[in-house]
Design a protein around this ligand. Structure first.
Ligand code: FMN
Length: 368
């Protein structure tokens, strides 16, 4: 139902996005999108690029005023770094950086200059994904579905926020330098990032996205490519540097017995309820009415101030990977990108079930 394309290079003039399939009649205030773009730029541990960029979305099509028309929504986010970079001669890159697409990308596209690969593989592209996810969140909010991300781990420092209310989590994540709700570990996470910087190294971590108010019946058990868990995993795994995806407590339950792992069904007010949510709101690839929980593991940033061993492909001789201006830790930013991708997949599944050409038509079907 919903699809999007992004285009643009990290140091090209602009990022472009087209989101197709949004119904007419949805209010899309630019400042709500920009708020998410600012969140993606933030978080302790980011590199110099974020001091240059002031990400802002320009809508180029698909809106009348602030309201969607039903046509494709075209968006642009300018790269301020472009002006600065194009004045400098960029040397040809022939030493592939470990952990990047450089070596395989240049072989695949028969490129002599690996910089061409770097420019498109870069996570700068995620700015547009966040804008698209932010639009998806606007649609979901109309139907009481709220998607929110936070950081659970950075460099092995683990947060414990299980006892906090949703409101406390929201407030604390917003105030936190590393988007973590557990105030007790925030300083330790910041210190771990500073230590990594001093050690000329980098860090990864784990993020979690939750969606509340999700109706029963999004996704389907009937065919592999309609299962919502599979669709979420693909979308979240497609984010640069994400190397593991977990639905609910997927990895923990693998170490439990069946009777402890599954969420018992108990009588409730009007319909059966659950005494736990280890399945993360999904059974058989269908939402079951519990909060949706998706976790993602991010590897440490690949570009390290301590040079990684590599090879100059021109000479075949050993060489050190070059340092490109880079983040030390981008786990907080990745949480915002994961939130965007989960929102996109949920909005897509929501439109499959309740879709219509306009918001008014969807409301009739949804029953609000
Ligand atoms: C928000 C975000 C920011 C990132 N920033 C950097 C960075 O500054 N330097 C870097 O080497 N990798 C960074 N990455 C990761 C790389 O883009 C990624 O590791 C690389 O393109 C190779 O892709 P892969 O790790 O998915 O295999 C970032 C990823 C995300 C999600």
């Amino acid at each position: 139902m919903l699809r999007f394309l992004t285009a643009g290079e990290s140091h090209g003039p602009t990022l472009v996005g087209i989101l197709e399939g949004m119904p007419a009649g949805l209010n899309l205030p630019e400042d709500a999108i920009d708020h998410d773009l600012r969140r993606r730029q933030g978080g302790h541990g980011r590199g110099g690029r974020q001091r240059i960029e002031r990400d802002h979305v320009d809508f180029l099509g698909g809106l009348a005023g602030d309201v969607t028309t039903g046509g494709p929504i075209a968006m642009r986010i300018e790269n301020r770094d472009w002006e600065r970079q194009r004045k400098r001669e960029q040397p040809v890159l022939t030493v592939p950086r470990p952990g990047h697409a450089d070596l395989a990308g240049a072989a695949k596209y028969r490129l002599d200059d690996m910089r061409v690969v770097l420019e498109r593989a870069s996570a700068r592209e995620t700015a547009m994904r966040v804008a698209i996810g932010s639009v998806a969140k606007c649609l979901l909010r109309e139907f009481g579905i709220v998607v929110a991300a936070r950081v659970l781990e950075i460099g092995g420092v683990v947060a414990d926020d299980a006892d906090l209310s949703r409101e406390d989590v929201r407030r604390r994540v917003e105030e936190s330098a590393v988007y973590v709700a557990d105030a007790h570990v925030e300083a330790a996470m910041v210190a771990a990032i500073d230590e990594a910087r001093q050690n000329r190294d980098t860090l990864g971590g784990i993020v979690e996205v939750q969606a509340h108010g999700v109706p029963v019946g999004l996704g389907s058990h009937v065919h592999w490519d309609r299962k919502l868990d599979g669709r979420l995993a693909q979308a979240v795994m497609s984010i640069q540097a994400i190397k593991g995806v977990e639905i609910g407590e997927g990895f923990t339950v693998s170490r439990m017995s069946g009777t402890r792992a599954h969420d018992a069904i108990v009588p409730g007010a009007g319909r059966p309820e659950r005494s736990s949510n280890r399945a993360g709101g999904l059974e058989g690839g269908i939402t079951n009415g519990q909060p949706l929980v998706v976790r993602a593991a991010m590897k440490p940033i690949s570009t390290t101030l301590t040079p990684m061993p590599s090879v100059d492909v021109r000479s075949g001789e050993a060489a050190e990977a070059i340092y490109q201006r880079s983040d030390i830790c981008a786990v907080p930013a990745a949480s915002v990108v994961a939130e965007a991708m989960v929102a996109f997949v949920l909005a897509d599944a929501f439109l499959e079930k309740y879709g219509g050409d306009s918001l008014a038509e969807i409301r009739e079907r949804f029953g609000t």
